[in-house]
Design a protein around this ligand. Structure first.
Ligand code: NDP
Length: 248
């Protein structure tokens, strides 16, 4: 039976690249999306036409009832879970902290932090050997911003990713004896649409000059790291924060 991977925010960017690579490696996929149903449906069609298994499930990961619905759909279609990729994430318009308001911070933390916590909790309840599960792994999407701080751009987003690093370190220890590994990937500047949502579509080109390798990364390059941490090749790796940032 195929291993089952749930990827949040899989309609585009790093999540979609991870889905394509995971399908090629034989995973059955539960692909969560938030708003872009057409993109998620097209990805499911692409994977199934290639002989893979995938379903798309709409859910806002920041909403507990919607996360419960997402996992109920996963249970109904696949009846098991081997890997959770906590990929759904967002940022808001670049600005200094002094101009930000509380409502923005609540949105940024709700999706990036609480969404990952909610999905991790539901995954553990299914994967933990303490609950009769088979074990598994969780890969969180942090960011190089967690250690760089994103001054003048989005310190709130950087701090949210810092929380993901702390969660990864603690949870890895908490569930290690229950057969679950927990790791994080910290991408640098990767060429996806997330930068446009921060108000600077060309951010990758600008920031590339400060990357030792001299370029931004591709979503496919991050997907390779996610798939490695997710699978048996990383069987003794837990609590790792893996930088995929071109040396930055
Ligand atoms: P994109 O903006 O390209 O895609 C974001 C994805 O997350 C979409 O599939 C979107 O769904 C989904 N999403 C957003 N909010 C929610 C929500 N509330 N509930 C469910 N899904 C949601 O982002 P990237 O691919 O660039 O980023 C993926 C992850 O990698 C994020 O966690 C990001 O913070 C992190 N990262 C990205 C970097 C980069 O340079 N690109 C660098 C470091 C980290 P929909 O399309 O349906 O709206």
């Amino acid at each position: 039976m195929s291993k089952v991977m749930l990827i949040t925010g899989a309609s585009r960017g790093i999540g979609a690249a991870t889905a394509r690579l995971a399908a090629a490696r034989g995973y059955a996929l539960c692909l969560n999306y938030h708003q872009q149903q057409a993109a998620a449906d097209a990805l499911v069609a692409e994977i199934t036409q290639g002989g893979g298994q995938a379903i798309a499930v709409q859910a806002d990961v920041a909403d507990e009832s919607q996360v419960l619905h997402l996992f109920a759909q996963l249970d109904r279609h696949f009846g098991r879970l081997d890997v959770l990729v906590n990929n759904a994430g967002m940022l808001e318009t670049q600005m200094p902290l002094e101009q930000m308001d509380l409502a923005r911070w609540q949105r940024v933390f709700a999706t990036n932090v609480f969404g990952s916590f909610l999905c991790a909790r539901e995954a553990i309840r299914r994967m933990s050997t303490a609950h009769g599960g088979q074990g598994g792994s969780i890969v969180n999407l942090s960011s190089a911003a967690a250690r760089l701080g994103a001054p003048g751009e989005y310190i709130d987003y950087a701090a949210a990713k810092g929380a993901i690093d702390s969660m990864t370190l603690g949870l890895a220890k908490e569930v290690a004896a229950e057969g679950i590994r927990v790791n994080a990937v910290r991408p640098g500047v990767i060429d996806t649409a997330i930068h446009a949502s921060g108000g600077e579509p060309a951010r990758v080109a600008r920031v590339s000059q400060s990357v030792p390798m001299g370029r931004g990364g591709l979503a496919e390059e991050v997907a390779e790291a996610i798939l490695w941490l997710a699978g048996a090749q990383a069987s003794y790796t837990s609590g790792a924060l893996l930088d995929v940032s071109g040396g930055r």
